[in-house]
Design a protein around this ligand. Structure first.
Ligand code: GCB
Length: 693
């Protein structure tokens, strides 16, 4: 691979990041990137695929793809225990203090990280992972904007400290939004953005004073600006007649509560000094032979010996290699299939990477096992193909959201939601409107639930959020997202945004650059963003592979007038397809229903009205899915919390389940439909079970 190709997206990003650059410069770079793109477009790829006998071309494509995927410098493998890696979860109670000083900056001014937090002022117990907002009875903490401080003292096994050949890594699964991390008063890392992990090697620091317990301090700030993702603004209210001194509010342009805190597990894990830093796999198959093209990246030594073994579910070795990169051939391959598309969905192999290295002092051995699903994804003008078979998305949009814990990772909730999705006959969901926990994607891999993986590009409404600084951050977030999720077979498409102001003039360049960059990072998956713009004026749509459109006919438009749905929905589909000849997903539709509220004839906010909206949309979906509509995702799986406002009755009530996961009438309509669709569009002859195994 030439250096030029390797550096292309970075060049784009660096240029964009420099605030001196004008948009025109970005245009130039976007065009250049597009011309020299190191990946193949969907059409080109399809052309390569059609003559099945061209095995050589297929392998060449696999190589080209992997080169492109390897643009990122460091890995972010999910922390797993193995014979060479230990793990210590720090979930549980942490010490917590919100910085309620007028400028929210006292913690930094007085260096709260230098001593125990309890010595700086009053502290409370705070569970991790969880949002802090709904944990107490204090509305000022629920609605708090600014820095909050978390602290935990940890004792680690002595060997972690004494063995200089061991790396100790501190990893935060996610914290919303900006984070700074100290260990024993020394800053070890910082990170911008919720929903994605970050980590730091802290072994050397701990070794400075081996007798001390390790004090971890994490400051987290939920303030959103025009350049964060999602964007927001802070508004200072200076009218002394109306507001108290120093009063300010956070404005947001998205429809979910801006929950904050440490949302996913914090943990310490070890690796040897020489270790497997990253693994990338790209899969394909021909007839009954599977191909797993892989690349292992090693850190800590110039040379290492590797053994890569692919094991099937029964623990049998099906292919192996001693190279850092190559193609593993799997005879009689068991493909990864979506739920309800095959009697054995979610088949995963395990790719075990065994590393050995030595220096003058010691030998090192590292073992990492990556689950691998072998499948392909392609898009035509009218279809979404998984393993060359048409796939119809009958699924949901979700939120990471529940009572008390807010956006905190919660296993009972995760398993309950998967049970409900399977009960419903849902085969897919979109991670509206931010990346979900890796633990959730692992469940999707295992159960065959197909995922549209969305970044937190929600609420890009202000023209200033199309500027270079915003775009640079958006590119970084896509880097981090693709790096984290690239190996999940369940992830079949990237969504770079939800409902941006795509009719604004700068949207064209913005989305061209962003989508080109994402395709360069991962040429194996289609890329989209979710639109609610007018089909004729949407400036980002030309760059997507699949049109994903949200509409709320008879709700936000023509409220109460159910009779407009057929005509307006039909026109929506015809217009979009007529202009772009790309397959379409109805990525949101629905209506609020307050559980237990009834009226016949239906009125808005009743369960009957929600039912009527669903049924009316379904009639048109049934006509169009025979042509080019490739999916329908209900808004929303469950009720969820939002900011307070005159259109929200303690949150958004468009769930077909309540926030406590009890079904409304609409859930039964959807269940009946999804199982029927599964039997019509799936390939499995008997689909009866919804038990989570
Ligand atoms: C939308 C948004 C989603 C909202 C939903 C609604 O278009 O994408 O975030 O929650 O509508 O209910 O208004």
């Amino acid at each position: 691979m030439s250096n030029y190709v390797r550096q292309l997206p970075k060049t784009t990003r660096e240029a964009v990041r420099s605030r001196d650059h004008r948009i025109t410069h970005v245009t130039e770079l976007a065009t250049r990137t597009a011309e020299c793109r190191p990946y193949l477009g969907v059409e080109e790829r399809l052309r390569l695929f059609i003559p099945e006998k061209h095995r050589m071309l297929r392998l060449l494509w696999l190589f080209a793809v992997l080169d492109a995927v390897l643009l990122l410098d460091t890995g972010m493998l999910f922390p797993r225990e193995s014979s060479s890696r230990e793990l210590k979860e720090l979930s549980g109670l942490w010490v917590f203090r919100a910085d309620k000083s007028p400028n929210r900056n006292q913690g930094f001014e007085r260096a709260w990280y230098k001593s125990r937090l309890a010595e700086t002022g009053p502290v409370i117990d705070m569970p991790v992972p969880a949002s802090y907002n709904d944990i107490t009875q204090d509305s000022t903490l629920r609605d708090f904007i600014g820095w909050v401080w978390y602290e935990r003292e940890v004792v680690v096994p002595a060997r972690w400290i004494t063995d200089e050949g061991t790396r100790v890594v501190l990893r935060v699964g996610s914290a919303h939004y900006n984070s700074v991390v100290w260990v024993n008063g020394e800053k070890v890392t910082e990170h911008a953005g919720g929903h994605l992990p970050f980590e730091a090697e802290i072994g050397s620091l701990m070794r400075k004073d081996p007798t001390r317990p390790c004090r971890i301090t994490i400051a987290v700030n939920n303030t959103l600006t025009l350049e964060t993702l999602p964007p927001g603004t802070i508004q200072h209210m200076n009218d002394p007649i109306k507001y108290p001194d120093g009063y300010f509010v956070q404005n947001i342009y998205f429809d979910f509560f801006n929950y904050a805190g440490i949302h996913r597990p914090v943990l310490l894990y070890t690796t040897p000094k020489v270790y497997v830093d990253d693994i990338t796999v790209v899969t394909d198959f021909l007839d009954n032979t599977g191909f797993v093209r892989y690349q292992v990246s090693v850190k800590g030594a110039a040379t290492a010996t590797l053994k890569v073994t692919l094991m099937d579910k029964d623990g049998h070795c099906v292919a192996s290699s001693n190279e850092a990169s190559g193609v593993l051939k799997v005879v009689d391959v068991k493909l990864w299939w979506p739920y309800l598309m095959h009697e054995n969905p979610g088949y995963l192999y395990s790719m075990e990477v065994h590393l050995m290295a030595a220096d003058e002092r010691s030998t090192y051995e590292d073992v990492y096992a990556l689950p691998v699903g072998i499948r392909t994804v392609k898009v035509t003008n009218t279809q979404f193909l998984i393993n060359n078979k048409p796939f119809y998305f009958h699924g949901v949009n979700k939120h990471e959201d529940s009572d008390i814990r807010g956006k905190g990772l919660d296993w009972p909730l995760i398993v309950k939601d998967f049970n409900l999705m399977k009960w419903l006959g849902a085969n897919s969901f979109r991670t509206s409107h931010y990346p979900y926990a890796e633990e959730i994607l692992q469940m999707c891999d295992r159960h065959g639930i197909v995922v549209i993986d969305e970044c937190p590009g929600v609420g890009i409404k202000d023209i200033r959020s199309f500027g270079n600084a915003s775009l640079a951050h958006h590119l970084d977030v896509m880097d981090e997202l693709v790096r984290r999720d690239k190996n999940h077979p369940s992830v079949v498409m990237w969504s770079v945004a939800n409902e941006p102001a795509a009719e604004m003039q700068p949207a064209a360049l913005y989305f061209k650059t962003l989508i080109t960059h994402t395709k360069a990072l991962d040429p194996t998956r289609p890329v989209t963003f979710i639109t609610d713009s007018n089909y004729a004026r949407d400036k980002g749509a030309p760059y997507v592979d699949v049109i994903c459109v949200n509409s709320y006919f008879s709700w936000y438009h023509d409220p109460g007038h159910l009779e407009v749905i057929p005509i307006q929905l039909n026109a929506q589909f015809e217009n979009w397809y007529g202009k772009y000849q790309k397959p379409i997903i109805q990525s949101e539709y629905g209506a609020d229903a307050v559980p237990g509220l009834h009226s016949d004839p239906p009125m808005m906010f009743t369960e009957e009205y929600q039912n009527a909206v669903l049924r009316s949309y379904h009639d048109i979906f049934d006509q169009k899915r025979k042509q080019y509509v490739i999916g329908e995702l209900i808004w929303n799986f469950a009720d969820f919390m939002t900011a307070q406002g005159i259109t929200r009755v303690v949150g958004n009530k468009k769930g077909i389940f309540t926030r406590q996961r009890q079904p409304k009438a609409g859930a039964f309509i959807l269940k009946e439909r999804y199982w029927r669709l599964a039997n019509e569009t799936g390939t499995s002859p008997t689909i009866t079970s919804h038990v989570l195994t």
